[in-house]
Design a protein around this ligand. Structure first.
Ligand code: SAM
Length: 263
């Protein structure tokens, strides 16, 4: 069974609806609300997971049309159920599709959106190819908003140093991909700095913004500790939202949101 198929049944309880996962997603949602135009957009969502963001985008009351895609059968099953439940089938089309096969799609999009590290499953060469395919799929002035796991995460370095696990503490710095446990499987993950990601995407994309997602709010594997300290977590969220929205801080978060425009 492919790695992400194993995660799908509990993905929302383990991540989307965890306190930390919900806080990190809220930052992305707030950005989308304030930085997307009010007019209806044709959106391609890649690595949509269980469809949380597809449903959110459809509920923005801006009549967006969303094509939600993922390569995992079980993630697609979860998305289908969620979309049906929310009665949003008229706005959201669902298709099982590998990011590396988006060149098969027809039509043009105003926005390509990728949340929470789906693109970290791609090697540098595959990201380069994805950049070229995206250029062909986006309309003029089209945008790419992606949330990527960064090469530097203060929380992760400190936590695993404290745990005396240097391999994990510095796994984001290695040139070779890190082994990531997804369900019962190990899969390779590549970490990208905002600069490195931008370079691979190609000069046709111009970065408009880059903000950390999880600079003070910790990575989701610290959920059990912070469940005992919900006020601390709220305080970290408030500080991050108030002070963290600076492009130069983007690379220091657990993830960063990068918003680029096709020139
Ligand atoms: C960490 S989850 C993020 C899911 C969702 N975007 C979210 O915000 O919750 C990563 C997702 O990327 C998908 N994924 C990984 N590699 C992929 C690929 N090559 N093509 C399509 N989907 C992929 C996985 O199936 C999984 O659903």
């Amino acid at each position: 069974m492919p790695a992400f198929d194993q995660l799908a049944p509990t993905y929302d309880t383990d991540f989307s609806y965890s306190q930390i996962g919900a806080m990190q997603r809220l930052m992305v949602s707030k950005y989308l609300v304030s930085h997307l135009p009010n007019s209806p957009l044709n959106i391609l969502e890649i690595n949509c997971g269980t469809g949380e963001d597809a449903v959110f985008l459809a509920k923005m009351q801006r009549k967006h049309q969303i094509l939600a895609t993922d390569y995992s059968t079980e993630m697609i099953r979860a998305t289908t159920a969620k979309v049906k439940n929310a009665q949003l089938s008229h706005q959201i089309t669902i298709q099982q599709l590998n990011i590396q096969e988006i060149h098969q799609l027809e039509g043009k999009f105003d926005l390509i959106f990728s949340n929470f590290g789906g693109l970290n499953c791609l090697s540098p060469e595959a990201i380069r190819q994805f950049g070229q395919n995206s250029q062909r799929l986006l309309k003029k002035d089209g945008r790419m908003i992606a949330v990527i796991m960064s090469t530097f995460c203060l929380w992760e370095h400190l936590y695993f140093i404290y745990q005396r696990d240097p391999k994990k503490a510095f796994r984001r710095w290695r040139k070779s991909p890190a082994d990531f446990k997804v369900g019962q499987e190990q899969m390779p993950i590549w970490y990208y700095s905002p600069k490195g990601f931008q370079k691979l995407m190609g000069s046709a994309f111009q970065m408009k913004a880059c903000l950390p997602i999880g600079l003070l709010v910790p990575p989701s594997y610290l959920e059990s500790f912070f469940q005992k300290h919900p006020n601390w977590l709220q305080q970290l969220y408030d500080w991050e939202w108030k002070w963290g929205q600076q492009s130069f801080l983007g690379r220091f978060g657990d993830h960063y949101l990068i918003d680029s425009k096709l020139l």
